[in-house]
Each structure stands twice: as structure tokens, then as C-alpha cells.
Design a protein around this ligand. Sequence first.
Ligand code: QV4
Ligand code: CA
Length: 511
Amino acid sequence: MKFFLLLSFIGFCWAQYDPHTLYGRSSIVHLFEWRWADIAKECERYLAPNGFGGVQVSPPNENLVVNNPSRPWWERYQPISYKICSRSGNEDEFKDMVTRCNNVGVRIYVDAVMNHMCGVGAEAGTSSTCGSYFNPGTRDFPAVPYSGWDFNDGKCTTSSGGIESYNDASQVRDCRLTGLLDLALGKDYVRTTLANYLNHLIDIGVAGFRLDASKHMWPGDIKAILDKLNNLNTQWFSEGSRPLIYQEVIDLGGEAVTSSEYYGNGRVTEFKYGAKLGTVIRKWNGEKMAYLKNWGEGWGFMPSDRALVFVDNHDNQRGHGAGGSSILTFWDARLYKMAVGFMLAHPYGLTRVMSSYYWPRYFENGDDVNNWVGPPNDNGVTKEVTINEDSTCGNGWVCEHRWRQIRNMVAFRNIVGFEPFSNWWDNGSNQVAFGRGNKGFIVFNNDDWSLSTTLQTGLPAGTYCDIISGDKVNGYCTGIQVYVSDDGTAQFSISNSAEDPFIAIHVESKI
Ligand code: QV4
Ligand code: CA
């Protein structure tokens, strides 16, 4: 009996940190702005067969329709109600997506906007994705319903009503973030209303939530809401499963609010990760890959089992949020693949891969004046994700998750599982290598000269396909082959001008 009590206790401890992915699947992909119908298809045709653990979807609730500028991506972060009704689709389409993805073992994590409603300056009316009436001026959102009682106007102490200093934890939580009407999460009615929204999604079958703007919500208020949440739907999850929670808290240090305040509620986004990795891979500020030997907690990041990590996200890939110019994105493809490859090979954190759409980037005085542009669309209707013959995406979707190097590194992470970080080597500069026990090994050359050396891989002897330059197809390598000797060593040569100056092998790429 004691043993089972212990197990349930462990289960309880892991509960809100556990993504509930199928065994052997370990990464989340953020299909930013995708339609539910396209995500359902992607789960079946691509994500399940390639071992993706789950999908982060854009906010599914009714949002403000912004016409100036024309339908920006960020309108989805201005809730009008909690009706499942947005440019990604309606409730039936959402339910179909969750069911079809769960049925092939791909989880759905919802981007939940709980901190606020729309901007205080929005014009009253029915310019919303489901036509619901709202009046920001009178704090009237009848489709929820919310009224003046349900906002923090009386609690905020700044004269503007907005956040004026990030050194004051109270105003960061109780005042308006960029003018967004701040909900009174201290009130039980608001907590219950939000919990009802999340429970509706849980009952449909979602596996967890990204909590938007968590820095702007008191940790205790978040906990009060989470304590009202149902267990996950037993049609797909074991009895007593708790939703995965990962809280968006941008903490690069130096502010009153810190990530650690939120550890008790669930995982937290580690923004230092992408900012630092971008600086290292770009070789800025004297950073070099040799310094990655103690990557993770050694770099001052939060504990690995509390961290949600990513190279870029929907904000900082376009200059919103945090990370600045060091952030690597699909626009920097060659370096980006190295950064994503490093993230997926390294044991630290729960990994999230970004999947974007192209937009007409146009810099004026260092700012991308088009960073507001929304998803590919026909007169505001989001375009379908089309798949080309070569398995890339059309219609303006980038589909980084379908790039061979990234797809294969998602599989690498699955295959090495919980194997330890091992066999680190570096040349004191930007040539590094490391293994994951006896299951996988990866080598990078980010120097301006070629790499040619023999390394201890930790792998069994044999011939391995490099899964960066190609695939293993019908027992053959379409790219580079690596020969591991009986003593586990192998010779690696990587030109600094290679298309992708890194090589990765694992026990399932052995021929
Ligand atoms: C404007 C003025 C305000 C004015 C207001 C009046 O700037 O001074 O009071 O009008 O209504 C959009 C516009 C912004 C506008 C605001 C409200 O860009 O100019 O204010 O709407 O009308 C996204 C975008 C924001 C966008 C917001 C809502 O990034 O630009 O604001 O959606 O549409 C901090 C937070 C962190 C946050 C990050 C961006 O700590 O939590 O900033 N990240 C999350 C999401 C992000 C989203 C929000 C939070 C808000 O990842 O995408 O912001 O939900 O670091
Ligand atoms: Ca708040």
C-alpha cells in the first residue's frame, strides 16, 4: 500500500509539470495562427509519424477584430469572450482537432489569455470574431459576462492606470499591460469564470495551458484558478492527470517579479535560454560555444524540471517581448538550425519548437515596421496550410518543424530519452561535441575554419547516418556516414562552409 501511496505522491508532485505526451515523444511545436482544421490534418499526416509530443495553439477564444492595422496577429491577445470562436475556427472544428490529435497521441496545449480583456482604447461595438458586443469604456463584456466590478481599476495605484514601473510588483500585476483592461483575478467570480473556460477546454480533451502574461497575475490568484481545474479527460489521459501548466514570465533579471515566484503553479518560460543561445551562436560579446559545457542551471537558468525552453517565440521572433536582436529565427536559417539542434540534443528543459508564417519584414531605424502583420489570409480569412511535393509548406507558412534538420532532431531527443549529458569535447572556441549516454552524439563547427578530429561518441560500433545532412532510408544514408569503431571513437570532418556545419547520429540512424 505504501508503495502505491508513494507513486501517487510522486505523480502528484509531477502533476502540473508533466506534458502528458505519449512515451517516447518529448517536444511541443507552436503552430502559430494555424487553423484548427489544418492542425488536425498535421497531427495525423506529420506530427504523430515524426514523434512530436504536442501542439501549442493560438488563443481559441473570441477576440477583438482590429482593422487598423489590418488584422494584426496580436488581436488574438485581446479577449472579448470565452466563446471558442476565432480566425482559427469554431468550437466544432476545435473539438474535431483535439479529438483527432489525441487519437494519434499528439497533445493540444491552449494559449490561455486570463490576465486581461481588450485594450482600454478599443471602440465599443461588435467588432469581434464572434460578433459579441463589448464596451471597454464601461468595462461591459456581456458575452462573458464581465462588468466594471471585474476589473482592477480600483486596485491599480498608478495615475495612468497602466504599468509605469517594472520595479513595483503590485503595479505589474494590478495595472494595465499596454492598455489592456486588467481583470480582477482576486475576485472569486472572475476566478470561477476563468476556471469554467479552462475546464470547458479540459473536458474537450486538451492536455494543458500556456498562461499568457503570467508576470501580470499574482501567483496566488493563478493558484486559486488552477485549484478549480478538473483532471484531464480520461478518454485519453489516466485517472487523476492534472493539466500541464507553463506560465509566460519574461524574467531576464533585474525586475521586481521573478520566475521563481511561479514554480509552485507549474513550469515557467525560460527566456534567458533563447537570448543567451542566440548570443553564443552569433558569437557576440565574446561568447563561444565552448562555454556551453555547463549549459542549463550552470548559466543561471531555472531548474530544468520547471523550465519550458525555446530558441524563439511568436513575440521575440518579431521584436515583441524579450530577447532583443540576439534572438535567432527562421530568417537566420543556418544559425537557427544549429541553435534548435543544440536545444533538442541537450537534456535541459521541456522543449518547444516554433512554427511561423512569413511576413514582409521591413526595417526603418532598426524597427520592423511590419511586425504586426497577421497570418497569411484572403481578406482576413486565414489561409489553409498547403503541403508541397517536397513536404515543405506553401501559402506563406514557414513550417520550420518540417525542415529535415529540425524534424530529425525532434526524433533525436525522443530516442536519447533520459540518457545523461556525456562525452563533452570542445576546441576552446566554437567547435564542440557531446553525447547522450550510449544513444546519441552531436558535433558542431561554428568556427571560421574546418573541424577534423576523432571523438569518443559513447555509441556502439557501426555505421551511422548523419541525420542533419540526410536521412536513413531503406537501410541507406542519403547524407554523410559516420563510422564508430569498437572503442566508440569516430572521425569527424566538418567544413566551416558546410550548408549545415553540424552532424548528429543516434542508435536508430545506425545501418
Ligand atoms: C496601445 C498603446 C497603449 C494604450 C492602448 C490603449 O500602446 O499605451 O494604452 O493602445 O488601448 C497591442 C498594441 C499596443 C496597444 C495594445 C492595446 O501593440 O500598441 O496599446 O494592443 O490596444 C501582444 C503584443 C502587444 C499587443 C497585445 C494586445 O505583443 O503589442 O498590444 O498583444 O493585442 C511584456 C509582458 C508579456 C507579453 C510581452 C509582449 O510581460 O507577457 O510584453 N507577452 C504576452 C504575449 C504577447 C501579448 C501579450 C502578452 C498581451 O506573448 O503576444 O502582447 O496578451 O513583456
Ligand atoms: Ca493583471
